[in-house]
Design a protein. Structure first.
Length: 277
């Protein structure tokens, strides 16, 4: 079989199979690297406090690397735009959300101020900050939540949803940040409310099994490219063997089966029958 494989035609096909196998192997390596990279924790740059205007702009969505970022923002809380939320984690039966107008951009920003177990105290805490004075808020910045996450009826809200605030806030100039801030202890104390229990976001990412499956798949393709060349060569060799065997059988069938024919001389009738004359 290897005599057939050394022919120029099959050598060229082998080179092509090796090139294809190399390409498939490279794709498998890339998928494996993606699988490993996606399984690494995200960088913990969120623990370095930065000005809100340095990390984002109004109406810009909050990406995964920015969720939980420690930020500082200065502005004024708008009177009459305090919202009370229920059913949230972080402390208390009621949580107060204020409408902060950023001094730098003039855009609106929801700020979770603090919590209380009494609704009246939660409302009063929010109103306490709406005296028109500029306040510096330090906290963590999170992606905006959807109104669909509201889990309570009878006018109770549970989501920090800017999409809803644009319809409920009285003072709004159509520019909104794409997330919200959970304020720290200083703001909660100024409002006379409890501080929201807020911790650094977890950065655990599950291993990407899908990319690993793709990597194995490309390796199988690489092996199949070489195996396909082997099958082509073997089929050609077997076909030639069959043709040689059929030719040999045909040659053997054309030869006489008995020995050479010997011609006998004619028989003399007189000698063959001595009684006849």
């Amino acid at each position: 079989m290897w005599a057939v494989a050394r022919r120029p035609r099959w050598i060229a096909l082998l080179v092509l199979a090796i090139v294809l196998a190399g390409v498939f192997a490279a794709l498998g390596k890339w998928q494996l690297e993606r699988s490993i990279e996606n399984g690494k924790p995200l960088p913990a740059g969120t623990e370095t406090r930065r000005a809100l205007d340095d990390v984002t702009t109004p109406e810009k969505p909050v990406g995964s690397t920015l969720a939980g970022q420690k930020v500082t923002v200065s502005g004024r809380f708008v009177a009459g735009d305090t919202t009370i939320l229920t059913g949230r984690s972080g402390g208390g039966t009621y949580q107060t959300v204020g409408h902060l107008v950023d001094d730098v951009t003039g855009a609106s920003l929801p700020v979770v101020i603090g919590w209380s177990d009494q609704r009246s105290a939660a409302v009063a805490g929010g109103d306490r900050l709406t005296d028109g004075a500029t306040m510096t808020v330090q906290g963590r910045y999170y992606p905006a939540e959807s109104p669909d996450q509201d889990a309570f009826e009878q006018g109770e809200y549970s989501a920090v949803a800017p999409a809803r605030f644009v319809n409920t806030w009285k003072a709004f100039d159509d520019r909104m940040y794409g997330g919200y801030v959970v304020a720290g202890a200083a703001v909660a104390d100024a409002a006379g409310l409890g501080t929201i229990a807020d911790q650094a976001p977890t950065r655990e990412v599950q291993f990407d099994w899908l990319n690993l499956f793709y990597a194995v798949e490309w390796v199988v393709f690489a092996g199949f490219a070489v195996f396909l060349w082997y099958r082509f060569v073997k089929d050609a060799w077997e076909r030639e063997q069959d043709e040689e065997r059929e030719a040999a059988e045909a040659a053997a069938g054309a030869a006489p089966e008995d020995g050479p024919v010997v011609e006998l001389p004619p028989v003399d009738d007189a000698r063959a029958e001595p009684g006849r004359r």
